[in-house]
Design a protein around this ligand. Structure first.
Ligand code: GAF
Length: 386
């Protein structure tokens, strides 16, 4: 047993008065490339990171649910009968939303017992690293086990996605839950968000002498509000004006024609999605054929497109990207939905401290809050740990 799960078990027992029956965990993610493409039926290429939400859980004999966590100071109590959209529970909507969504996907919510759950996480919140999907995925694998549902991982992705869309109220796609549930050590997960087919692609960063440096700008973002939904609406409007079901059906070669049909802003949103889909395919091919040192230009181009065409970057993300590029990163880009959060840089091991010092100095010079800089390793997805 690790120190972390021993502490988790001890806290659970202290709070609830009995021992947990198991410990489950799920990681946050970094999206290597393929941003704002998931809800356009496009391609994404994330990996799970070595930061996890860990949950200790025990079934109860009644229908009550008690939830506690290391990031809040009170226990929330509800019952299986009260699960569903519309409840006001703050962060608890993530685990409760998953419990409810499992009811749509195979669990008999009239029959399953309630549970006590304690969560702890080292995925930073609001940093664009999917702390919410890590909670959803940890709870999904735990309830799948203890309720003996035998649902496969792709169905658990749906549970997290439904929880996020219907209970939390954030109109996100399937990127984050897929990475958290399907991630594998040393590999990225290529996902076709239309067919839901996935492919595990070895990344080989370490062998190539590279580190993925996360640069958390500390500018907090939220996808349940404004900008994200507005971008999604623009994409839908663009698809409608072009007479297609989704922007997945538009290719780079179609863009000149699309320019004639769309207003300037919608065209730029569409151009981002269409070119980003192509960049994901190019990244996977380049990785296979030439290895990770060859994908930097694609990462850089993705950032420019998110900054200029999709307009979801912020000055702190642009600065982190630019400085890391200037001081030795092979490629860099914002990761996740944007409007704050983190950028990533692919950096040769020997240049990591130089890049970190330069980014720190540049943030100080601009009067920005000190960023949090740390390396991440492509890691395994959600699991039962004990
Ligand atoms: C957020 C969302 F949750 C994802 O579904 C995805 O759209 C991403 O932003 C942008 O690529 O992480």
């Amino acid at each position: 047993m690790t120190d972390r799960s021993a502490a988790l078990r001890a806290r659970f027992t202290e709070l609830f008065g009995h021992a947990p029956q198991g410990v489950w965990s799920a990681p946050g993610r970094v999206n290597l490339i393929g941003e704002h493409t998931d809800y356009n039926d496009g391609f994404v290429f994330p990996f799970a990171i070595d930061r996890r939400t860990v949950g200790a859980l025990a079934l109860r004999e009644d229908r009550r649910i008690r939830l506690a966590s290391s990031f809040t100071d009170h226990i929330v109590e509800t019952s299986i009968a009260d699960l569903g959209p519309g409840a006001e529970h703050g962060w608890q909507n993530y685990p409760l939303g998953v419990a409810w969504a499992l009811g749509l996907l195979g669990a008999d919510l009239d029959a399953v017992p309630g549970f006590d759950l304690f969560l702890d996480s080292d995925v930073p919140v609001g940093a664009g690293l999917s702390s919410s999907a890590a909670i959803e995925s940890a709870v999904a694998v735990a309830l799948n086990d203890v309720w003996r549902l035998d649902l496969d991982r792709k169905t658990l992705v749906k549970a997290g996605h439904l929880a996020e869309n219907e209970v939390v109220g954030a109109p996100t796609g399937i990127l984050d839950q897929s990475a958290s549930l399907l991630g594998q050590a040393d590999a990225g997960i290529f996902i076709d968000c239309r067919s839901l087919e996935t492919d595990v692609i070895p990344l080989g960063f370490d062998e190539a002498g590279l580190e993925v440096l996360v640069m958390d700008t500390k500018v907090h973002h939220e996808h349940a509000t404004g900008g994200y939904a507005a971008r999604r609406a623009s994409c839908e409007a663009g698809a409608k004006a072009l007479g297609v079901e989704s922007l997945r059906e538009v290719s780079v070669a179609d863009l000149p024609k699309a320019r004639d049909v769309l207003d300037g802003e919608t065209f730029r949103r569409v151009r981002h999605v269409v070119t980003e889909n192509q960049r994901v395919l190019d990244t996977v091919r380049t990785l296979r054929e030439q290895g990770p040192r060859a994908i930097g230009d694609l990462m850089d181009a993705s950032h420019r497109s998110l900054r200029d065409d999709f307009e979801v970057s912020v000055p702190q993300l642009d600065l982190a990207v630019e400085i890391s590029q200037n001081y030795g990163a092979i490629g860099a880009r914002m990761t996740g939905g944007g409007f704050g959060g983190s950028a990533i840089a692919l950096v040769p091991h020997e240049l990591v401290s130089q890049v970190e010092a330069a980014v720190d100095a540049a943030f100080a010079e601009h009067g920005y809050a000190q960023p949090d800089l740390f390396g991440v390793v492509p890691s395994a997805g959600a699991s039962r740990d004990e």
